[in-house]
Design a protein around this ligand. Structure first.
Ligand code: SF4
Length: 699
């Protein structure tokens, strides 16, 4: 047999079970190998998140691992104007450590920090936050969840008591009413999207709240009962109006509220939400939604049986992202739709390990398990285990780091697996901040956009080259297994450990299972987790501890994690980013099935040809006003920058709204997005940018 015929006939020499490294569904895969070469990825039938299914992204996920663009040798340079110099691991790590120490000596302990990645494993994220706290001696650690689901953490912790979704994916099989808000599961979470569609075909009712007519609205054999085409930025107004209808028409679950929820907060909230200014008619101009449709959707959600809410970045990436998450939790508590199968509040996490990176304490104010730094007892536990004194003061969030870099207060950044120059908003601002750093250490598998500003490049390892765990959107911890040796000689956890050693912070792990053992010993929600149990059970949903030795598919069953559910007041405050005569259209952004985030991985796999460029979706009416035809180049100008895309004319967006994806660096969607952000968490307002669109000649 030739190698090609082996591939065609699907005959591998050996296989290993691992977990997809793309979206938050976390599908199990069987990686099939010949020697050290992956020849095929087949969905694992025993994978609890996917039950033998997979999407096109996951099936081709191995292509980028051996792409010729991989950088496998460490590199350094004295300044970003100089060419890279290939060096040994030891030289690169000593170079980075020396510069970081010099910066701290000259500018203080808080002048350096790190960003961890939701594409890395739990164990790797844990090590980066440990390095910052124990090695840098500060809390300047943040994760890329800052720019996607940080409002989920804040909103769900405030209302329910835990920063996580409430259900397993299988729960949707028992839903009678499914409300999808600011999410596009069939494109962004395809395997779960298929499960959701199956339930809809079985007869579940569907409410979609989205400025854009997503595929679910009119998918074959499915028709949304209600599509509420909310104006970008008005989610809170829609959710408040729905709650107003339910409360004033006495459709709420009084028994559930009396038994499970905080009486005082409910009384205040009820007075707030019942006020006339929260009626659908009063909010119609802000929401852009027909009041009668909104009233009907609210009645269906409250009275249609088991009602489940699925939401995504269309909820969180707003100036009121945290408020919207709390408004969603309010709706679920108001109607008793929480604490059993078929209901709940379900954040659709974008990246494979967003949930895990948050769980692992990579926020500047929280230690692993979402425990605030100000809690002396928790700090004491970590101080005893790590043999260090921890700083009780929260550190800088990602946007604070960039602002401080421009002020000269922050000068050294270790950025693991995160391409902030492409993924964060207002690219001009980010690039200026990165240029101001004295030492930027980038750890990645490719020389990404951020690396253009780096002084040290540490080669990363793909998910196929390391052991560890990922935690998906349903809190499911699954094993990642090494199926080929790291091309650079080191997995990411080994690089962080070696960097820590160069800084004089000794870590001594021989295998990621030992890191997980430490996590379990210090984190109550993970105390029952071990590699042995994961291997035995296949996967585990946290909390997994003495009270739940086999994990917890449904949270808040008998009582909320915080005790009584808390109704937060969710005043609607319109974003500052408004359309006007100069910028008359509102740009919103999203994803497409065949690509993943900034495309660094998917653009280097066999499915890249299926989506070769980002385009601007524009309503034919708005296009005609501007003399724009299908396929024309258009300039998009916002208050902070401008870019050029090809136009796609479609009625999927309503007049006044334009839409694009951000998978290709050349399209520069984030050149135009602003640095407005969520009031509670600084999650950027990617979903609302006032723009002008005009026809231009080809760039
Ligand atoms: Fe599953 Fe998401 Fe990977 Fe697709 S991208 S295979 S849905 S984990």
């Amino acid at each position: 047999l030739t190698e090609n015929s082996i591939i065609e006939q699907g005959i591998p020499e050996h296989t290993a079970i691992t977990t997809c490294a793309y979206c938050g569904v976390g599908c199990g895969f069987r990686a099939e190998l010949r020697g050290n070469t992956v020849v095929r990825m087949t969905p694992w039938k025993d994978g609890r998140a996917n039950e033998g299914h997979a999407c096109v992204k996951g099936r081709f996920a191995f292509g980028y691992a051996t792409h010729p663009d991989r950088i496998t040798t460490p590199m350094v340079r004295d300044s970003i104007e100089q060419p890279w110099r290939e060096v040994s691991w030891d030289e690169a790590l000593q170079f980075a450590a020396r510069r970081f120490r010099e910066i701290q000596e000259r500018h203080g302990r808080n002048s350096i920090g790190a960003i961890s990645s939701s594409r890395c494993t739990n164990e790797e994220v844990y090590l980066v936050q440990k390095l910052v706290r124990a090695g840098f001696g500060n809390n300047n650690i943040d994760t890329c969840a800052r720019v996607c689901h940080s409002p989920t953490g804040f909103g769900l912790k405030t209302t329910l008591g835990e920063s996580a979704g409430t259900q397993a994916f299988t729960s949707v099989d028992s839903a009678d009413v499914i409300m999808v808000i600011g999410a596009n599961p069939t494109e962004a979470h395809p395997v779960f999207g298929s499960r959701l569609k199956r339930r809809l075909r079985e007869g579940a009712r569907l409410i979609v709240i989205d400025p854009r007519e997503i595929e679910l609205v009119d998918a074959p054999h499915i028709r949304a009962d209600y599509h509420l085409p909310v104006n970008p930025g008005a989610n809170v107004a829609v959710l408040n109006a729905m709650a107003h209808v339910i409360a004033t028409e006495a459709l709420h679950d009084a028994g559930f509220i009396a038994q499970r929820c905080d009486r005082e907060s409910f009384a205040s909230w009820l007075e707030f939400v019942s006020a006339e200014h929260n009626a659908p008619e009063a909010l119609a101009a802000a929401t852009g939604v027909d009041p009668e449709s909104l009233r009907a959707a609210a009645r269906l959600y409250a009275s249609g049986g088991n009602a489940a809410i699925y939401y995504g970045l269309g909820v969180t990436e707003h100036s009121q992202g945290s408020t919207a998450v709390m408004a969603i939790a309010n709706l679920a508590m108001l109607t008793g739709n929480i604490g059993r199968e078929g209901v709940g509040v379900n954040p659709m996490r974008g990246q494979n390990n967003v949930q895990g990176s948050c769980d692992m304490g990579s926020f500047p104010h929280e230690l692993p398990g979402y425990r605030h730094l100000s809690d002396a007892a928790t700090r004491g536990q970590f101080e005893a285990a790590w043999q260090v004194q921890l700083d009780p003061e929260p550190g800088m969030r990602i946007p604070n780091m960039f602002d401080a870099a421009l002020d000269g207060q922050f000068r050294g950044l270790y950025c693991q697996g995160e391409d902030v120059a492409q993924s964060d908003p207002n690219t001009q601002h980010i690039e200026a901040a990165l240029s101001a750093l004295e030492c930027l250490v980038v750890q990645d598998i490719f020389l990404n956009e951020t690396a253009k500003f780096a002084h040290v490049f540490l080669p990363g390892a793909s998910f196929l080259e390391k052991d560890g765990t990922f935690t998906n959107a349903e809190r499911r911890i699954s094993r990642v297994r090494k199926v080929m040796p790291p091309l650079s000689g080191k997995a990411d956890w080994e690089v962080t450990q070696a960097f820590a050693a160069a800084l004089g912070c000794d870590m001594d792990y021989a295998h990621p299972s030992q890191i997980m053992d430490e996590i379990a010993s210090l984190t109550p929600t993970f105390s029952g987790v071990s590699y042995a149990l994961l291997d035995e059970k296949g996967s585990l949903q946290w909390p997994c501890n003495e009270s739940a030795p086999e994990g917890t598919p449904t949270m808040h069953r008998d009582e909320f994690v915080r005790g009584k559910g808390y109704f937060a007041i969710t005043d609607f405050v319109a974003t500052d980013e408004r359309a006007n005569r100069r910028f008359p259209l509102l740009l919103t952004t999203g994803r497409i099935l065949s690509q993943y985030n900034v495309g660094a991985q998917t653009r280097r796999t066999d499915n890249s040809a299926w989506h070769s460029e980002d385009t601007l979706e524009i309503h034919p009416h708005d296009a005609q006003e501007r003399g724009v035809s299908e396929g024309d180049w258009v300039g998009i100008q916002s208050r902070v920058g401008n870019t050029v895309l090809r136009a796609t004319l479609t009625t999927r967006v309503k007049p006044g709204v334009v839409y694009t994806t951000f998978h290709h660096p050349v399209s520069g969607a984030n050149v135009v997005t602003t640095d407005n952000s969520d009031w509670a968490t600084n999650c950027p307002e990617y979903k609302v940018t006032a723009v002008q669109v005009s026809r231009v000649s080809a760039p």
